[in-house]
Write a protein that binds this ligand. Sequence first.
Ligand code: ADP
Ligand code: MG
Length: 263
Amino acid sequence: MAFNIAVAGKGGTGKSTLAALTIRYITEELGKPVSAVDADPNASLGSLLGLEVKSTVADLREDIVEKKVDFSGMSKERYIEYAIEESIIETSKFDLLTMGRPEGPKCYCYVNNLLRKYMDKVGTTYPFVVTDNEAGMEHLSRRTTNNVDLLMIVSEPTVVGALTIQRILKLAESIPVTIRQKFCILNRIPENGIHENLQQKLDSLGIEVSALFPFDQEVYNTAACGASIFEISRENELYVKLGTFLQKHLPASMLEKSTVGNQ
Ligand SMILES: Nc1ncnc2c1ncn2[C@@H]1O[C@H](COP(=O)(O)OP(=O)(O)O)[C@@H](O)[C@H]1O
Ligand SMILES: [Mg+2]
């Protein structure tokens, strides 16, 4: 089974950036292919990875629910499978599936079930799945995702951020998905480090922080220019720190460097 990494947190905290850098680390430094899933309705993983996303699963769900689609002989199930496949962008190192934004409170159970089947299939064919989740983690709670081996909860280094971590930790306990390891990460730490009051708050909430990632000018510049995270230098401090974090928490068997997809 694939090793499933999920990134969660409030919008604007750096989820997609860290998901994209994780995908780069696994593909380039470990040489292993990744199935990337952008489950945030505010989809941005594709552009961070330098891809142009033309169709999302939500688009096709709309078409099917609104019956705008002429199935022309195809079974509905086969059509949805086909449409999910159409929404996948394949590169030599990773594939990306973008969920998109569903419009309106319609029942998508049928499509969600097929999506789950797809995710189960992906889980047996890729060594890694990396999911960029939306803030509320609804995809996880609808069990569109498989079990999670490593959950990164990304937060800004503020009291509001600490309270959000607490809420997500509680939510993670209540959803019907097994999460094997959870790590709280504070991102965009200013040069002077985190404020002592924040440390006190984290202590009083019983939140253990596993990684402090710095504010990084090169990452900011890359985003400001709309460039892909593959343009960031390999020596970049945030990239190196994320690599150290992954080296520490991924199972040894997943860290063996391979050349798959790198030739
Ligand atoms: N460590 C960092 N240093 C500098 N800028 C960062 C860092 N992490 C994220 N950013 C920037 O913060 C903004 C929000 O990040 P993003 O990954 O889109 O957040 P989210 O996916 O949680 O909404 C982006 O402009 C991104 O480039
Ligand atoms: Mg995002």
